[in-house]
Design a protein around this ligand. Sequence first.
Ligand code: ATP
Ligand code: MG
Length: 448
Amino acid sequence: MTSARRILVVDDDRAFRLSTAQLLRQDGHEVDVAGDAAEAVERLEAGGFDLVLLDMRMPGMDGLTAVEVLRTRGLRAPILMISGFGTIDTAVESIHRGADHFLSKPVDPDVLSAKVAELMERRPAQERVREGALGAMVGHARVMRDVFDAVRRVAPTEATVLITGETGTGKELLARAVHDLSPRSSGPFVPVNCAALAEGVLESELFGHVRGAFTGAVGERKGLFAAAQGGTIFLDEVGDVSLALQQRLLRVLQEREVVPVGAVRPERVDVRVVAATHRDLESEMREGRFRDDLFYRLDVFRIDVPPLRDRAADVPLLVEAALARMRERTPGSSSLAFSPLAMRLLRAHRWPGNVRELFAVVESAAIRAGGGRIEAQHLPPAIRDPGAAGSAPPQEERYRAAEPEAEREAIEAALTEADGSRSKAAELLGMSRTTLWRRMKEFGLGEE
Ligand SMILES: Nc1ncnc2c1ncn2[C@@H]1O[C@H](COP(=O)(O)OP(=O)(O)OP(=O)(O)O)[C@@H](O)[C@H]1O
Ligand SMILES: [Mg+2]
């Protein structure tokens, strides 16, 4: 018999937990148990597990999300998924997300023993290439996987990339990923915010200037295109560039050479261009504010980043990424976690500011919670009580949850937690009782 290995059994079904623990102990393993995913995360913080047995269906965070969370937190040990209703779809999905194997209930004890032994034999597992991640970016929603695929395909080429998407969707991170995955990754990545600089300044910043080119140009100055030589320049907010400067940009893209301000001789540049904008360039073109010839030079390979509300399934993962960032910076914050209710409210929000807004909300909620568990009441009013007076937009354009289903679940969970008391549930949700009552009616909950 090999030396004892530590196994964590995570299942909300107490009977299954205990019998499985007993079985594995008989096999000579050390076993720890957890009743839900949040508890599992806590246990893992203590560290040192060689295998995790994870139930698919649990209250709070489900098994699929838990797999991702555990992997994001650096768990390397094999994960064996156990499901009460093992459809092939969920099985495959859990493997995609980082699980190693899948068994359906009822589980044959011999099969379980053998599988556990086999999985632990495989350790140490080779570095995992996580499918749901691209550099610093996380995302598992179908739409984000497509975006990541597009990046992986275009990065090794020299093609100019145009990234479009609402504010805060991650355009800059994607631009960096294009660079990092390209043969130019050892060269510089030079981001330029075209919207932040006045026209004249932007021109000499981009192209450089010779001595005496204009008043104040005391010395010669290299431009950002020259600085990006051998690497990638990122023209952020390219839709905000003036028409005059657009003409000069066009020239660089066409000729692959720049003329510094005041110079006569052009200089060759070997730079890959990635551009981004939150504007609709097609309509800017129709309005005559954006040159179509420049547009077609930029729009060689388009990546459109979907707004967060169209990938609400990624919210828990992004929340985890935000918490991980905070934990790194703040010592003693290792137990930061969202309550299931708070998480559901986050999923239901529409996120006009997208991922940036989500990161800000997570950070402020974590601070408000003082390092412990983050509850609904720590969230901003617009998220916990979207229909509240004061924050309420006009009736007709009233807030609609990105995922009504998530909101409904949140309300049901609160009612259960409050033993059916509506005022207590409203308090848990941080909603007014009137809002709760209205929502319950809309969802057809608690009909008398
Ligand atoms: N998929 C993701 N995974 C992890 N972090 C992300 C992801 N998307 C965005 N972020 C984070 O969200 C914030 C906003 O991202 P970024 O600056 O790339 O957005 P943007 O689209 O360029 O926004 P803007 O249009 O306002 O310039 C950053 O802190 C970034 O690290
Ligand atoms: Mg940006």
